[in-house]
Design a binder for this molecule. Structure first.
Ligand code: HEC
Length: 133
């Protein structure tokens, strides 16, 4: 019986995300670092939009725009600057240095674990809860 309980506990652990993600901390970091452009509800239209030369996209439609799959790795790379399309800069600042001191693993949409700053992983976990069907 004990072995069965242990096996079930292991299975449960395997199906969890690679690391506990703090959605509440992610929401707070988003309000501090992102909401000025992306808006408090992440749909765009924050107060800085007026002075930007590109509109911050609706971050609640990331899954809907990707055939229903939340593109977590692409978003993390976009935020920390690993996205190769950012080589020439862009209207959005990158945050790899801001959140780079505490690297944690997360499971990407492709299944493999990837390391990223804890603050970014938390923000992306919060964004995932906002996705519209
Ligand atoms: C100075 C304004 C500004 C700030 C601050 C900002 N963004 Fe952005 N963001 C933009 C703009 C403009 C775009 C669209 C152009 C681009 O992709 O570079 C964008 C694009 C994105 C994308 C890409 C969406 C896609 O479909 O690929 C993500 C994800 C994102 N931002 C998340 C964040 C997060 C999370 C933060 C805070 C850590 C943040 N942004 C801070 C302006 C900003």
């Amino acid at each position: 019986m004990k072995a069965a309980t242990t096996a079930i506990a292991c299975l449960a652990a395997l199906t969890q995300p690679a690391v506990a993600r703090d959605v509440q901390a992610g929401a707070e970091a988003f309000y501090s670092y992102c909401a000025a452009c992306h808006g408090d509800d992440a749909t765009g239209g924050g107060p800085m939009t007026e002075i930007l030369n590109a509109d911050p996209p609706d971050l609640t439609a990331l899954a809907a725009n990707n055939e229903g799959v939340f593109p977590s790795a692409r978003i993390v790379f976009r935020i920390d600057g690993r996205d190769p399309t950012l080589a020439h800069g862009g209207p959005m600042p990158i945050f790899g240095d801001t959140f780079g001191d505490d690297l944690v693993p997360f499971r990407s949409e492709f299944g493999q674990p990837i390391l990223a700053g804890r603050g970014i992983v938390d923000i992306v976990a919060w964004l995932e809860t906002l996705q519209q069907p």
